[in-house]
Design a protein around this ligand. Structure first.
Ligand code: PGA
Length: 236
């Protein structure tokens, strides 16, 4: 594992964007696994700025996102599809048809899960997976539990996750209770993993995940077993 400590959010975002753009330059048709949340917004902004300057080209890149709320459509401003479109995809030259976010309104959600895994397999796996970490140690929406969930699956969100994410909704009651998330196989089979975390509040869970026991009670702890993990942390 490589741990990089940066002085602030901006430096963390710049460093993460550096690693992602290097991946795109080395392999222009790479598969990027992407994440939502407050943490990656600066990274996406930096990548968009470099695209504007002509330094990075996303025309052949394919992306696959970690997760989506169940019950809201991609046109809803609270959906992760909407988040990705507004914060990243609409700012760069990626082809919309090359961007994938699970559907939270699929009629047959089990089928959607299976198809999502098949799609990742057909891609030949993920070249670089970007991850945030939840205060409870979740990655994607893989919440703490009795076992690591292998495949894309439906998950009931923990109350701490609902509370943390309620800042994006008018009230905690409006946060969907269920989500669809990529499982640990697709994440762990990514060739490279880049985990970004910022703020003192994340320090404790990050330490537990990176240096403590490998346990499904702290889903991110499984990352200790990955052979190419980079973590960028900023205290500010
Ligand atoms: P955050 O979320 O970036 O909004 O802190 C991280 C996560 O829950 O994975």
């Amino acid at each position: 594992m490589k741990l990089i400590k940066e002085k602030n959010y901006e430096a963390m975002s710049r460093q993460a964007a550096n690693i992602i753009s290097a991946q795109v330059i080395i392999k222009p048709d790479c598969v990027l696994g992407l994440a939502t949340g407050s943490t990656p917004i600066g990274t996406y902004n930096q990548l968009a700025a470099w695209y504007e300057k002509g330094d990075v080209d996303f025309s052949r890149v394919r992306t696959i996102n970690l997760d989506e709320y169940i019950g809201i459509s991609g046109r809803d401003e609270h959906s992760y599809r909407y988040f990705m479109d507004k914060n990243f995809f609409e700012k760069i030259n990626i082809k919309k048809e090359n961007t994938f976010v699970p559907s939270g309104i699929a009629k047959d959600i089990e089928k959607e899960c299976k198809e999502y895994d098949r799609r990742i397999k057909d891609f030949g796996g993920i070249d670089l997976q970007l991850l945030g970490i939840g205060l409870d140690g979740h990655i994607g929406f893989n919440e703490p539990g009795d076992c690591f969930q292998k495949n894309t699956h439906v998950v009931k969100l923990h109350s701490s996750t609902i509370e943390a994410n309620s800042r994006f909704f008018s009230s905690p009651e409006k946060v969907p209770e269920y989500a669809i998330t990529m499982g640990m196989i697709s994440i762990m089979q990514a060739k490279k993993i880049l985990l970004i975390a910022n703020g003192k509040a994340k320090e404790d869970i990050l330490n537990k995940a990176l240096y403590g026991a490998i346990t499904p009670q702290i889903p991110a702890s499984i990352l200790q077993l990955h052979s190419d993990l980079t973590v960028i942390y900023s205290e500010e």
